[in-house]
Design a protein around this ligand. Structure first.
Ligand code: AMP
Ligand code: ZN
Length: 117
């Protein structure tokens, strides 16, 4: 039994609101959205976090970002702007130990700019 929730979504064992499925990754809407648009881009390969990526995974990481760019167009936020976030480790806010790229956008005001780093 696989105890990783995102591996279960990748395999289809666990339902999710999947909006894009490519050879190397899937994208689905976050179940508890923190922005009007909140999509998770998740590699099919289980890698626990950015801290665990190996040289062989570098292309895959670029594919996740490329996927996010396409999803931003699909979600209609490419002109208004968006954030791409990897939480790394529990101290970095990571709760699910399977790499995922957060795509956040679609705000109607500028409150989110307080998050700027
Ligand atoms: P992180 O804190 O970076 O590990 O982000 C995990 C994200 O996964 C959170 O934003 C959760 O709301 C989201 N999440 C957890 N379970 C599910 C699920 N079954 N389907 C979609 N999103 C989920
Ligand atoms: Zn996994």
């Amino acid at each position: 039994m696989n105890s990783c929730i995102f591996c279960s979504i990748v395999s289809g064992e666990q339902k999710a609101d999947v909006i894009l499925s490519e050879a190397e990754y899937v994208a689905f809407n976050d179940i508890r959205p923190k922005a009007p648009v909140h999509i998770l881009i998740v590699p099919k390969k289980h890698i626990a976090s950015v801290a665990e990526i190996k040289e062989d995974d570098v292309l895959l990481m670029g594919q996740l970002i490329d996927g996010a760019k396409k999803l931003a167009v699909q979600a209609g936020v490419e002109n208004s702007g968006y954030k791409l976030v990897f939480n790394v480790g529990h101290g970095g806010g990571q709760v699910i130990d399977h790499i995922h790229l957060h795509l956040l956008g679609g705000w109607n005001n500028e409150e989110h700019l307080a998050l700027n780093v």
